[in-house]
Design a protein around this ligand. Sequence first.
Ligand code: GUN
Length: 290
Amino acid sequence: MSASIIDGKQIASEIKDEIRDDVARLRARGIVPKLVAVLVGENPASQVYVRNKGIACRDVGMDHETINLPSETTQGALLSLIEKLNVDQSTSGILVQLPLPKHINENSIIHAINPAKDVDCFHPSNVGRISTGDPLFLPCTPAGCQELLLRSGNDPAGKHVVIVGRSNIVGKPLANMLIQKTNGANATVTICHTGTRDVAFFTKQADIVVAAAGKAEVITGDMLKSGCAVIDVGINRLKDESKKSGYRLVGDVHFESAKDVAGAITPVPGGVGPMTIVMLLKNTMKAAQI
Ligand code: GUN
């Protein structure tokens, strides 16, 4: 069996088209969604991520602004900026790009963001609202995974979903989303993590596997049930002398062996990645209407 490919690029492009129409409708009512991204320091990967978020905003007709601050910025100065953005009428969503320089406490920054503008859905109030089934926003990467499942005909309802990885950004919020008694969820969820003795014992029982372990190619075909759906959240660089760049990108799933067992699978790149930014746009649009 060779799995069908869940094309994140294509699905993200369709959702972007929907968002573009929604933004035009909002603009006609005088509502202009605006994302403000704050970037402290000069981390090259963060610079790329923030630039891509700005490009995506422009692409759907949203306003955006990137505030670049030097790496020596104090925690107090960053908190003052957030206070200003929290009450600024023209700012719909605030995104503080992580990681922050070591002298700044990330939690105190996340806690300072107005929850109604927290388009990352990192504020504890928004995280809590996911688990009680009353979400204001959905976190971008987990929401992207759920949307990929739904739009590829793999509704999690009634299925056994095994999530490998318990991060605050992916594993935990995704589990909380998928156990809700709501449309597009209502799954039985197992979380595996570094303390799990036999990950394969669980993944072999899964109708849906979400790999978010943060380790290259740790989920292999022999760990999967025939016909299952596989969502690969991982992005890892592997040395590859045959590439001009000297490396290739791989997921947390060993694609070559998994595709012969799974019924559907996301590629890396081109799977979950493009969905994350699209979900950020959705949250920004929602924030503009709060
Ligand atoms: N750094 C890596 N991913 C993210 C993200 O989704 N949001 C923010 N704010 N920082 C990140």
